[in-house]
Design a protein around this ligand. Structure first.
Ligand code: AMP
Length: 229
């Protein structure tokens, strides 16, 4: 074993939330505040495919079909990340585990090295608000600048501020597609929450409101008081 003094003492947090709930944003804020790596499954898989690693080549086939990558590969990837020196003090997991099977396998693997998930933060936002949030996103097809019709609108509706190009909505962000993604995503996510609720690890927080208000709730759920200034 090479985990040294960190084994058993590190903090492994899970951030759980549906598409548009803002968990990625909160995970990034936590990464900066707590100095822990933010391990986002989709990003890690995309990086591996870009770099053409053996894991990336195997994962590519599933990702291109929009399927989940097999549990064995996914768990191996996270355990590799957790074995890196950057994760010696802990990590923030995002996008994994996505099913109870993954959660059980992760728990068993961590238990094998005397560890466990410290806390699960579930960022809750009502489905209709999620649809509004996601379907309000528009992007410039030329330079990729993102806008949001409510929270970050362009100066002229439907037009990129920077180069005047008409904005487009990604196929994935259309309301009917968002509803279909939620219908697929939410049931297994709730099962993961129930799994960790049985272990008394879940903190449910209200994901509505301003980003910093949500951050304050997340920090509170982790037993950390908000530092002012
Ligand atoms: P995302 O960026 O979270 O939408 O993930 C992009 C792709 O990565 C998904 O469509 C899956 O193919 C794969 N992926 C992400 N997270 C997981 C996971 N927990 N288990 C299996 N595959 C995953």
């Amino acid at each position: 074993m090479t985990h040294g003094a960190s084994t058993g003492a590190r903090r492994i947090y899970l951030l759980v939330g549906a598409v548009g709930a803002g968990k990625g944003t909160q995970a990034e804020i936590l990464r900066e505040r707590l100095g822990l790596p933010h391990l986002a499954s989709g990003d890690l898989f995309r990086k591996a495919t870009r770099e053409g690693t053996p894991l990336g080549e195997k994962a590519r086939v599933y990702m291109e079909r929009g399927d989940l990558v097999p549990d064995e590969l996914t768990i191996a990837m996270f355990m590799d990340e957790l074995a890196k020196p950057e994760a010696a003090r802990g990590a923030i997991l995002d996008g994994f585990p996505r099913t109870v099977a993954q959660a059980s396998a992760l728990d068993a693997t961590l238990a094998g090295q005397g560890e466990a998930i410290s806390r699960v933060v579930y960022v809750e936002v009502p489905s209709e608000e999620l649809v509004e949030r996601v379907s309000g996103r528009w992007v410039c097809p030329t330079d990729g600048t993102p806008y949001h019709v409510v929270t970050d609108p362009p100066r002229v509706p439907g037009i990129c501020d920077k180069d005047g190009t008409p904005l487009i909505q990604r196929e994935d962000d259309k309301p009917e597609v968002v509803r279909a993604r939620l219908a697929q995503q939410v049931p297994p996510m709730l099962e993961v929450i129930a799994h960790y609720e049985r272990a008394g690890k879940v903190a449910r927080i209200d994901g509505r409101g301003a980003i910093d208000e949500v951050t304050a709730r997340v920090l509170d759920a982790l037993g950390m008081s908000q530092r002012v200034g």
